[in-house]
Design a binder for this molecule. Sequence first.
Ligand code: ADP
Ligand code: GLC
Length: 482
Amino acid sequence: MSLHVLSVASEAYPLIKTGGLADVAGALPGALAPHGVAMTTLLPAYPAVVHSLGKAKGKVMHRYADLLGVEARLVRHRLGALELILLDAPALFARDGGPYSDRNGAEWPDNWRRFAALGRAAADLADGLVPDLSFDLVHAHDWQAAMAPAYMKFTGAGRTPSLVTIHNLAFQGRFGADIFPRLGLPAEAFSIHGVEYFGGVGFLKAGLQTTSAITTVSPTYADEIRDPEFGMGLEGLVSARRDVVSGIVNGIDTEVWNPASDPHLAAPYALSSLSKRVANRRAVESAFDLTEGDGPIFCVVSRLTWQKGMDVLADVADSLVGMGARLALLGSGDPALEAAFMAAAGRHPGRIGVRIGYDEPLSHLMQAGADAILIPSRFEPCGLTQLYGLRYGCVPVVARTGGLADTVIDANEAALAARVATGFQFHGVTHDAVIRALQRAVAAFAQPKVWASLQKQGMKADFSWGRSGQLYADLYHRLTAA
Ligand code: ADP
Ligand code: GLC
């Protein structure tokens, strides 16, 4: 039986992206299609999205005179394999800046209204708002979409099952109780069984409480979030609902991320022509003003935040250079961390190169030209850059947490002997642990056969959406049958 799923997300590649959520929301429809699931993605009509769609007009499916206080339209579009419904509400989304914050990084003060409106529209669609358009299931991603199941439960007919996927429990969408009367929910929704959370309103909490099932983006993170250390206040709820919580590791789009055909590379290559990587290595050296050298080039492509362990990495940058290695870093985020890396680059010209900003083409080149990618995350629900690294022969050096633990095979002696190792893991994001992992990687790099084996094992591993697409499809079928 074929299913029609409404996926609700606040970003989706290639229309709008701030992180891995966009990659996943953009890839899911293609991942599910082979399993008999048709997916339509509901997305806010930010200026970037409208711009990406160019002149295409789209088809207006519905006009709201008053969606949480603003005028709005639902407009149907198609982009390649993506079937889209845009929530076009100019008062909420037609503004300069990012999807969640202004140009200076300050969160939009009306984020509660912007993303409650998204959830409300999803619930309305699930309830048959548009004639001849029906959905078997609503799949909501992260707090920005998590009000969908709450509206479905409290204002809808409650017939359609739903799924909430947690991409990052650190972002929960918490607001004061004062917004509650403006959400258009019945009074009973302000309770432990609804949207109430520590006296205020919690969007992610509301979704996790009211949805039929919950997934996270790796099995290890699904376990970790039952502990206070990772659960960030929601561990009790996640534990209580453990029977409906599971982890499905993200896949990657193997067409967008294919070293043999990637248009952003200086030289395409494959497993059988790894030596061609050298041209990309030169291009990375030149992009980051690195002097040539014998040691490995480590790269970082990341949000510069505490989650990603970037403070610890900045602290050990001098040690990295002391080992004869170089560092190419692309990222943006916390201004103090940006400054720390700029300072490190100033101390080590030719050995550390830093680009503050967001640069999709450069991120591809780095995976193709650097020798290893560093991901010292304190927590990582899945992580995609280690998967891109594996596919590109850029050996991941990662903290053993969440999806990093699930996707990288540490080069311990047993794994090396069995020729299954694909990278380096370390336990605990401390200076000592990161330095020891760097030392192990530098030592392995000095043994060309060992290094080539790590690269090849990683490149052979299958991180396409095949298996995870099947797992989502199976889950959708179970939920719609129930
Ligand atoms: P998160 O979503 O937590 O930031 P992921 O590893 O899941 O982490 O996804 C990050 C995504 O964003 C990857 O596709 C990565 O290549 C991309 N990315 C992160 N920072 C940058 C940057 N500065 N420039 C280009 N791409 C970036
Ligand atoms: C979040 C997580 C990251 C994950 C991504 C996509 O941004 O931080 O680990 O890969 O979502 O699921």
